[in-house]
Design a protein around this ligand. Structure first.
Ligand SMILES: C[S@@+](CC[C@H](N)C(=O)[O-])C[C@H]1O[C@@H](n2cnc3c(N)ncnc32)[C@H](O)[C@@H]1O
Length: 166
C-alpha cells in the first residue's frame, strides 16, 4: 500500500471512529479532551459533530490552522506530561470522551516516549468514558472495546474507563 493510500485510510478511520464516539456519548454530560491539537483537523471535526460540548485541546506548540484554533480558554498549552495532571487537579475525572492523537507516527516509539500517557488518561476519564487512540494503550483502568467493523484492524483502538472502586 502506498503511503498516500495509508494516509487516506488513517483519516477515513479517524472520521469513522470520531463519528461513532460522538453518537455513543450523545446522552452523557461532560467535556471531551483532544490530546494533540496539531493542525486541528480532528478538533475541528469534533466541535462540528458535538455542537455545544466543551472540548479542550492539549498541545505543546501552536501549529493549528487558524480556522481550527480553539478559544483560548479551551486550549491547554504545554507538555501533556504535566498539563494533564494539572487539568485533572482543576477539573476532576469527568471527561466522557478522550481522543489520544499525540503520536510520533511510529507506534513502537509512542509506547516508549508516551508511556506515562495511559495513566494520565485514566486520571481524566469519567467512569465508563470512551477513550480513542491511534496506538494501543495499556492500563488496568482501561478495557478494550470493539470498534465499528468498517475500521481496519490496528488503525484505531477504543477503550472504556473502568468504574473506579473506592
Ligand atoms: C498527530 S499530531 C495531532 C493531529 C491533530 N489531531 C489533527 O487532526 O490535526 C500530534 C500532536 O501532538 C503533539 N504532542 C505530542 N506529544 C505531546 C506532548 N507530550 N505534550 C504536548 N503535545 C504533544 C504534537 O506537538 C503534535 O502536534
Amino acid at each position: 500500500m502506498s503511503r498516500l493510500d495509508s494516509f487516506i485510510r488513517r483519516l477515513e478511520a479517524q472520521r469513522l471512529v470520531l463519528n461513532w464516539a460522538a453518537a455513543a456519548i450523545a446522552d452523557r454530560d461532560g467535556p471531551v479532551l483532544e490530546l494533540g491539537l496539531g493542525n486541528g483537523r480532528t478538533y475541528d471535526h469534533l466541535r462540528e459533530i458535538l455542537p455545544g460540548r466543551s472540548i479542550y485541546a492539549f498541545e505543546r506548540k501552536i501549529s493549528a490552522n487558524p480556522r481550527s484554533m480553539p478559544p483560548p480558554e479551551a486550549l491547554v498549552l504545554g507538555e501533556m506530561e504535566t498539563t494533564l495532571p494539572d487539568f485533572a487537579a482543576r477539573h476532576g475525572r469527568n471527561a466522557v470522551l478522550v481522543h489520544v492523537d499525540a503520536t510520533t507516527g511510529v507506534p513502537e516509539l509512542d509506547r516508549v516516549h508516551l508511556s506515562w500517557l495511559p495513566g494520565h488518561v485514566a486520571m481524566l476519564a469519567a467512569d465508563d468514558a470512551l477513550v480513542l487512540s491511534g496506538w494501543e494503550l495499556e492500563h488496568l483502568a482501561l478495557r478494550a472495546v470493539p470498534l465499528p467493523d468498517a475500521v481496519p484492524d490496528g488503525r484505531y483502538f477504543a477503550y472504556r474507563r473502568n468504574v473506579a472502586i473506592d
